[in-house]
Design a protein around this ligand. Sequence first.
Ligand SMILES: Nc1ncnc2c1ncn2[C@@H]1O[C@H](COP(=O)(O)OP(=O)(O)OP(=O)(O)O)[C@@H](O)[C@H]1O
Ligand SMILES: [Mg+2]
Length: 503
Amino acid sequence: MSEYALELKNITKRYPLVLANDHISLGVKWGEVLALVGENGAGKSTLMKIVYGLVTPDEGEIFVDGEKANIKSPSDAIALGIGMVHQHFMLVDTLSVLDNVILGMEPKTGPAIDYAAARKKVVALIEELGFDLDPDAIIEELPVGAQQRVEILKTLYRDARILILDEPTAVLTPQEVDELFKFLREFADKGHAIILITHKLDEVMEVSDRVTVIRDGKVVGTVNTPETNVAELARMMVGREVILTVNKKPAEPGEVVLEAEDLFVKGGVRPKLNGVSLSVRTGEIVGIAGVEGNGQTELVEVLTGLRPYKGSVRYNGQELAQSARKVREWGVSHIPEERNDRGLILEFSTRHNVILGDHYRPPFVGFWGFFKDGVIDEYAERVVEEFDVRPRSINLIGRRYSGGNAQKIIVGRELARDPKVLIAAQPTRGVDIGAIEFIHQNIVEARDKGMAVLLVSADLNEVMNLSDRILVMYEGRIVGEVKPDEVTEEQMGLMMAGLEASA
Ligand SMILES: Nc1ncnc2c1ncn2[C@@H]1O[C@H](COP(=O)(O)OP(=O)(O)OP(=O)(O)O)[C@@H](O)[C@H]1O
Ligand SMILES: [Mg+2]
């Protein structure tokens, strides 16, 4: 056996506008977790798609366990023991866990699927891994953490020994992250190999053995985790010092612009919103902290006019009941948590993605209802420039952007229209630390000019750093209000778990 599970030599991949991978060489050893970090668009996902046979490189060689490999498709990669958990899950939502795991690899007796054999193997695997998963549960009814366990299960069912995970923690709760890391550590300790892509440098420090940093498609360096720290990694990634905390003056709140009273939204067994009241003033950032799934999604949908509710939502004292268009026209911007479903139209180019939601009215549409292409292009160029969207083109379609750059397009669109109120759900999910710094600065600047912000984030760090006041949500209710400098993360954790009322 070779020391290296996987080695890449001089991998190069050119796209029309960018050199996504520029002679990248790196390796992961058996028994280790290698973290792969780099800015949005650095080329991480592309490189891993090449390893998994989803993208064909222009140049370069791949060695698996010391042998040159010829990977032309995912089935070649799987045959070599490589498994991949993607940035966006690839499960069939309406099928069960069992069906998803065996899909494409069903054991057969003659022409028929041998369900009994399949179930036996899957159940044994779940038990061996200690995963909390019901093989008959339907995917769309499972929390994200469980869906991810299904993705992992799928790769292990196919006997993966080299596991690639692309931003697996972006959507997980802290508890789910702990469980995932426990699994990763055990998997590596068995002698297998892991490549982990993440933007969270404290996670890199926690779980990896070595770190490879890439920037602009090139390897900047590889370091042993115990010999580095977050600041050094950040500098290697971005090429300059990064401010890891938000710089802001105390807020100067004005009058109330957003007022919600006694909101109720029906749910299955329990209501999704159970009597939520809150208000946001001009010039302040109100954070909603909470473990995902406690009503935050529903709250945002109600406030943006996307979901029916009982109760009252007033902007500037005016009821704008359930009309997303009216709410937006009045001056509410919304950064949605699901960037691929709601944030962008993946087949649209950036010139059209940056005017979504305002595309039917002036200045983008003329008197006769035709698009004013010149105006739109100029506007799009400005947004792309101001929000550092890479590559700097307004012609690229949504699907072709790296995850973090897609997010920058959305944030740019929502801020560039100078809203009175910004409702931001997970605004920096999947975004690199340089860009987080940038988005946070932009939100604070808009606040200082009088914008009201409601920030919903599962990232406790973000809520504590950015908010002027924090409301804690638990089981469809606001269970406490705190000032960020008056609580510890531990107290917040307890409140988020419903264990302690206001600090
Ligand atoms: N199919 C494609 N066509 C054109 N360009 C592409 C395509 N896929 C990726 N790119 C470009 O290649 C570059 C690298 O993208 P990649 O997705 O690998 O970045 P990444 O490091 O994973 O970033 P992120 O952290 O944002 O996920 C980006 O500039 C992206 O726009
Ligand atoms: Mg990526």
